[in-house]
Design a protein around this ligand. Sequence first.
Ligand code: FAD
Length: 331
Amino acid sequence: DKITDKIAALPADGEYFSLEFFPPKTQMGFSNLRVRLQRMERALRPLFVNVTWGAGGSTAQKSIELAELCQRELGLTTCLHLTCTNMSQAMVDQALQDARALGIRNILALRGDPPRAEYRDADEPTGSEEFTWAIDLVKYIRKKYGSYFCIGVAAYPEGHGDGSHPEGQSFEHDLPYLVDKVQAGADFIMTQLFFDIKAYEKFETTLRDDPSGAFKTIPILPGLMPIQSYAMIKRTAKLSHAEMPEEIMARLNAVKGDDEKVKMVGVDILSELIEQIREIKSRTPGPRGFHFYTLNLEKSISFILERTKLIPDVPEDEEAVVDEPVPAAVT
Ligand code: FAD
């Protein structure tokens, strides 16, 4: 199914969420994730799941394997991430054909690592000249596959900040390129993780009010990462160019020696963030979505979804099967 069709089928005041997973390196890791995904699918009922792609195609086979498990075996609507820099056109074609063969209708079209000449070995193939920015991939997919794929693109509420353009650490710098990406054919937007609600609110309202009109109705999914450990979240926030508000840092600092407490305070913090996103005034009519970077973990995200009542009810026809097994003959 296409994500946008599933969103359109929800009530206008409804909510939905997606869960992101990365392909494990080992067979053992893969088996563990299979069991976890089965549990999560039944208990949490995401609208769709995302499968990440290693930059340059480094996880191509494993990403396709995980996407197959999600889409085919578990019947989950799956969005395959695909990067384009340092990828040959043949690799991009292969990935798109594999996705289509599995019945996958959704691609998150990304650039991947910035193509920095100084990191390249002179003898190494530099990939296709065709793909420099994510927009090149969006255009390529539209040209080759028409409307077969529903295409998502990435956006950065606090600016991209990978150092490739030091002058541009704000999302305002990225905005014209994001307009172009949407106008080239993107159907939805997923954001980088953030903890600063003010930055996200400014980002979303600016997009919705943009005079280009490109963002008037397009689904925008804020990206949220459960806090799994003190050291990890500090590192991730820095790498992602996400500001940690002082108030949030103070709460984490108070429990930083105790991993379990960090996780539980993290559940509080994320649940509050979701409430604050729900209150953003700019929200355009239509269901509100959330994207979760799960890091393949189950516990924190389950608590957060339960706390914020984001888990959808079981449809009535399925409920009968789940809750009321046909009784043995009553005599
Ligand atoms: P682009 O849209 O090309 O933008 C990159 C930067 O360049 C932006 O600052 C933009 O403003 C600027 N820019 C765009 N066009 C131009 C232009 N014509 N001239 C000058 N500047 C321009 N990475 C992976 O490797 N695998 C994944 O699975 C993955 N999943 C992700 C999921 C999400 C939701 C997000 C937010 C990111 C993900 N990434 C992933 C990271 C992503 O690949 C990197 O952040 C990458 O550096 C930028 O990708 P992009 O698609 O945003 O690029």
